[in-house]
Design a protein around this ligand. Structure first.
Ligand code: MEV
Length: 326
């Protein structure tokens, strides 16, 4: 089966992108402070670009839609436009191609609005798949810039950390506007990623922190700077293999995130349950208010801490080892 017209140059293509975890520094990173993030390969967005019938146009099929939609029938302003159509449009513009006869099949195991980078990963996978169908692999810098454009539609004022860690698929020490910086993980460490079951759009939490900051720059500016200092110490701890120190820094970071109003009773309960069960530290990860929490734990405490997280209300717990393949 081939593509019609110009589409004869096209081929079926498949691409994916991982989720992400912010270890320390979320929210402060929007204000120029550093943050540390790592890819989360346990969850992925995968997109297949498949040949379409001549004249079919661009069709979109997402696992959770249960139906195939024409891209030109999705209005700007619809969340599906931002999530699916806009990234495909950006890819076609980058290629200088008109809308092809193509079906994009989008699958994702990354829960939406949960702080794990679902929007950025789906956008990266769509752009890669569309470009792949034309035999093009975009340089990562270019892909990163395009996914950032999508993030701007989702979040308004994103720092760029989500698209960067997801596109480069490596641990990043991220400072807004600065060149990509990665770092050495001296000793692999285990994280439990626990879903609070409460979806929470990052945009709202980011806006609320902005409002607090505008109301009291001295107080909240100090909290954001303190988070930046924690991130710098966390990098040192990771580079020297001081895992228990990293845990203590995560606890300090969580207290400051609570002060910024982005924790929630459910997240606080999960953090307490994890540390009581022996985790070195626990904190929300991403925008907060809901979404996911991360708990840093010794490998032999994974079972006990997971059980405690489920008992405290987590709907899903994933164990991941950071730095294992480096
Ligand atoms: C979202 O994953 C991280 C935030 O810091 C927002 C951003 O950096 O754009 C909350």
């Amino acid at each position: 089966m081939g593509f019609a017209g110009r589409g004869e140059r096209m081929m079926a293509a498949r691409a994916s992108a991982p989720g992400k975890i912010i270890l320390v520094g979320e929210h402060a990173v929007v204000y120029g402070q550093p943050a540390i993030a790592v890819p989360l390969a346990a969850v992925q967005a995968t997109v297949s670009a498949e040949p379409g019938e001549p004249g079919a146009g661009l069709l979109l099929r997402a696992a959770d839609l249960g139906e195939t939609l024409r891209a030109d029938a999705i209005a700007e302003g619809d969340r599906l436009y931002d999530a699916l159509v806009f990234p495909a449009r950006l890819a076609l513009e980058a290629l200088g191609e008109p809308v092809p006869d193509m079906t994009l099949v989008v699958r994702s195991t990354i829960p939406v609005a949960s702080g794990l980078g679902s929007g950025a990963a789906i956008a990266a996978a769509i752009i890669r798949a569309v470009c792949g169908a034309f035999g093009v692999t975009l340089p990562r810098e270019r892909l990163n810039a395009l996914v950032y454009e999508v993030e701007r539609r989702h979040h308004g004022t994103p720092s760029g950390i989500d698209n960067t860690v997801i596109v480069y698929e490596q641990p990043v020490y991220f400072v807004r506007g600065a060149p990509l910086e990665t770092f050495r993980i001296a000793r692999p460490f285990t994280l439990l990623v626990a879903d609070s079951g409460q979806p929470s759009p990052t945009r709202v939490a980011v806006q609320d922190v902005r409002t607090l900051y505008e109301q009291d720059r001295e107080r909240y500016g100090a909290a954001l700077a303190a988070i930046g200092a924690i991130t710098r110490r966390a990098r040192q701890a990771i580079e020297t293999g001081q895992v228990d120190t990293l845990g203590a820094l995560m606890r300090e970071n969580q207290a400051l995130l609570r002060e910024l109003s982005v924790s929630s009773p459910a997240l606080d309960r999960l953090c307490a349950a994890a540390t009581e069960a022996g985790a070195w530290g626990a904190k929300l990860s991403g925008g907060g208010r809901g979404g996911n929490l991360i708990a840093l734990t010794a490998a032999d405490r994974v079972g006990a801490v997971s059980e405690a997280l489920y008992a405290a209300g987590a709907v899903r717990v994933i164990a991941t080892t950071v730095g294992a393949q480096d």
